[in-house]
Design a protein around this ligand. Sequence first.
Ligand code: HAM
Length: 454
Amino acid sequence: MGTDVSYFMIEMLTEGMNMTLSKLPYKGTRDFFPSDKRVQNYLFEKMHFVAQLFGYEPYDGPLLEEVDLYRAKSGEELINEQIYSFIDRGEREVAIRPEMTPTLARMVAQINREAPRPIRWYAIPNLMRYERPQKGRLREHWQFNVDIFGGKENLAEFEVFQLAITLLTSFGANDSHFEILVNHRKLVDHLFKQKMHLADDVALKLCKLLDRFKKLPEAAFLEQLALFQFSKEQESLFLTYIKLDSFEKLQKFLDQHHIDATVWDFKTFSQMAHNFNLQSYLRYDPTIVRGLDYYTGIVFEIFDKHPENRRALCGGGAYDRLLEIFGEQALPGVGFGLGDVTLKDFLNAHGLLPDLSKPSNHVLLTFQTEAGMNATMRLAQLLREKGVRVITGLEALKMNKVFPLAEKRGAKCVSILGDQELSSNQVALKNLMTGKQVSFALNDLGAIYKFIME
Ligand code: HAM
């Protein structure tokens, strides 16, 4: 009934206004035609595989959450500019999830007391953010989320680095294609508040400016920096800090300014990078602070090294106190989100995406006369029972149509069943990759299976 009414209303509207509806999806979202879905499935399959390699368990949550969940810790930008929210019929302020971490924290808070540590979970949710659609940025994206709670400091961080690296290398990427840029929230906090003597709100504003460093032209960045009206000493310390672009330079800076392990145990961190053999992937970047407010420890972004696609395909960090908003004791967590849009751009930029423009089927079974129909359908059924991906021509196909159809449907093999084959109870099979063609007795299922699958 409801549907009838809405169709009726749409008809009235469109007739009245003499217009047709757009065939395009809502701005910043995508329709996934089969060829697009194949690519997305390819990305997701690797995500599932790698997460499970590391013992992470899948979880999921609702598409809608109360806005307060994000208000608590996600930060002003998300709440003021990016969230899709509405008041529901029960007067609740509800949002379409713009990120997964608050949902995850809410769920972990429910089982926190009884769950064995560490808790290793992953998900691939779709998220919506009201952003200006552009390369690498849409309003709906899917995001591979990997998080570990209650893991030992540093070890947990390095595990998620390793997991992210394993995922990207599983696509054929290596350290010439991407790098993990790291920083530490406590270091930034200490520097701004203790060394530059900034009040909390000014430190936060400076953090927000730093977060935009890579997006702003240098002149615009300096112009905005000037608005802080820093003293010579403050400015000089800040400008020295943002030029630290290696672990070595950072170590010198920390020593010079007597910033010890209570702020960031950087020595242990860099020693572990060495032990895990990850130095070639990790780089210190003072401008990584992350836009989300809940991070309290390591923060990182995986950056594409391709000169035409210098952008983050993944962002994450450590957060100590997210469970506290649910009245639970603090439980340290660390994790990341890696987006499907940016991952696809990354793989495309480096030529690492296989050709998935066609489906992939093992065999197209065709018959050339109606008399061959039943035998073909029976053979299709028997092969499917053995796990062969079979498509059939649903009508008698002339020979000149068979091979173009097999090509379009991405079939590796094709079968022919014409009068000649039928009279001898045989079927002809051709492997389109090798060109090899063999005739088999129609009931010799084992041999047919072997020919198709070898
Ligand atoms: P985020 O940096 O907001 O972090 O997003 C992580 C990644 O998601 C980005 O690096 C990008 O690849 C992708 N992404 C974000 N927004 C968009 C968009 N509008 N269009 C396309 N891709 C996008 C978080 O969301 C954290 N909750 C991640 C996290 C998990 N931290 C700890 N655990």
